[in-house]
Design a protein around this ligand. Structure first.
Ligand code: NI
Length: 135
C-alpha cells in the first residue's frame, strides 16, 4: 500500500527574471514586473511530497524530523533571505522562475532521500501561482 506524507516550508527570496540575450524592451515585454533590474521579493511557499510504503516497525512512511532537516539544509538555508540571481550558484546562469526554482529544489533534495521513496515538489510563488515537479 502506497501512501504520501507532506511537509510544508517557507522562504523569502529576491529575484529578477532576465534573458541576457534579449534587449531591455524584450525582457520587459516578456517578464513584466519580474524583469525589474533592481530585483524584487516573493514569499515562497513549498510543499514537499514523499510517497512510499509504511515501515511496519515504526508505522511511519518517513520520519518527518528527517524530512524537516533535509528541507532546512538543502532549501531554506540556501535560498531564504537570498538574492537568488546573485547568491545562489544554480541561478547565476539559470533564470530563477518558479519552474526552475521548483525543479532545482527537487534536484537538491533527491540525492538525500532513499531511492525507495517517490518525491514531488510544489512551489507557490504567490497564493495563486504555483508549479509542481514532476508534472
Ligand atoms: Ni517575481
Amino acid at each position: 500500500m502506497r501512501i504520501a506524507v507532506f511537509r510544508k516550508a517557507h522562504f523569502n527570496a529576491a529575484h529578477r527574471l532576465h534573458n541576457p540575450k534579449w534587449s531591455e524592451e524584450k525582457n520587459k515585454a516578456v517578464f513584466g514586473l519580474c524583469s525589474n533590474p533592481h530585483y524584487h521579493g516573493h514569499n515562497y511557499e513549498l510543499e514537499v511530497k514523499v510517497t512510499g510504503e509504511i515501515d511496519p516497525e515504526t508505522g511511519f512512511l518517513i520520519n518527518l524530523d528527517i524530512l524537516k532537516k533535509l528541507i532546512k539544509e538543502h532549501v531554506e538555508d540556501r535560498y531564504d533571505h537570498k538574492n537568488l540571481n546573485i547568491e545562489v550558484e544554480e541561478f547565476k546562469t539559470l533564470n530563477p522562475t518558479a519552474e526552475n526554482i521548483c525543479y532545482m529544489i527537487w534536484q537538491n533534495l533527491r540525492p538525500h532521500l532513499n531511492e525507495k521513496y517517490g518525491l514531488a515538489v510544489r512551489l507557490y510563488e504567490t497564493p495563486r501561482n504555483f508549479v509542481e515537479y514532476p508534472a
